[in-house]
Design a protein around this ligand. Structure first.
Ligand SMILES: Nc1ncnc2c1ncn2[C@@H]1O[C@H](COP(=O)(O)OP(=O)(O)O)[C@@H](O)[C@H]1O
Ligand SMILES: [Mg+2]
Length: 223
């Protein structure tokens, strides 16, 4: 479903260096994959390339047969909105919208009919255990609850690919474990596949396959 072929990326500037070197990766249908690596290893850079927010210097990122480098900015934006879902460490719920309005955003973008969208939003809020918070605003819910809302928002439009960048980085251990269980379960139910970026070994163990990103590239974790 997703394939990266020998992706290379450098940033220009005073501290210029090659961040990604010959990174190859594939995520099959139904797979939930983790990418581990030290801070600064290039994990977020890699996710940005997969999301089409940035383009590789060499190599390709191919989603379901489409090379992202071959698309113009508008087409990449459309593909990202319709076929991807995102969960970040900083949760990014919009403060002036309720939980259910936040979760609904991808369906509004897709112009889904109202009744159908209502049903979808209700079902996913129930699945992630925050239906009772539907009409609350983000400021009045906990970090763990907010991350559940963000997971619901990332998956409500049933994207091909879910991308999560350190989704439990700001949560205590118990909330983190719950959020990860939920994330994995919801990706399996509602997305084509998912990538979890994390520096936490216990988080990575929830994945079907674990990669490690270093200066030398990306390798499957062994042992
Ligand atoms: N937009 C940018 N311009 C220049 N350097 C960047 C940029 N984004 C990230 N970097 C550098 O690239 C390296 C990898 O960053 P990042 O992908 O954020 O790592 P990680 O997410 O694994 O912590 C770091 O050294 C960082 O300073
Ligand atoms: Mg990062």
């Amino acid at each position: 479903m997703l394939t990266l072929n020998a992706v290379t990326k450098s940033y220009a500037g005073p501290r210029a260096r090659q961040v990604l070197r010959d990174v190859s990766l594939s995520v099959g249908d139904g797979e939930f994959v983790a990418i581990m690596g030290e801070s600064g290893a290039g994990k977020s850079t890699l996710l940005n390339l997969i999301a089409g927010l940035d383009l590789p210097d060499a190599g390709s990122v191919v989603l379901d047969g489409t090379d992202l480098s071959a698309l113009d900015d508008n087409a990449r934006t459309r593909l990202r909105r319709h076929r991807m879902g995102f969960v970040f460490q900083a949760i990014h719920l919009l403060p002036h919208l309720t939980v259910s309005q936040n979760v609904r955003l991808p369906l509004d973008i897709a112009e889904m009919p109202r009744d159908q969208a209502n049903r979808r939003v209700g079902a996913i809020l129930e699945a992630v255990g925050i239906l009772k918070l539907a009409n609350d605003f983000p400021r009045s819910i906990s970090g763990g609850e907010a991350q559940r809302a963000a997971i619901a928002r990332a998956l409500v439009h049933e994207p091909q690919l879910m991308l999560a960048d350190e989704p439990t980085g700001n949560l205590d251990r118990e909330a983190a474990a719950q959020v990860l269980t939920l994330l994995r379960e919801q990706v399996k139910q509602r997305a084509g596949g998912g990538i979890l970026v994390t520096h936490s070994g216990s988080a990575a163990r929830t994945a079907d396959r674990v990669y490690v990103l270093t200066q030398d590239g990306l390798a499957v974790q062994t042992g």
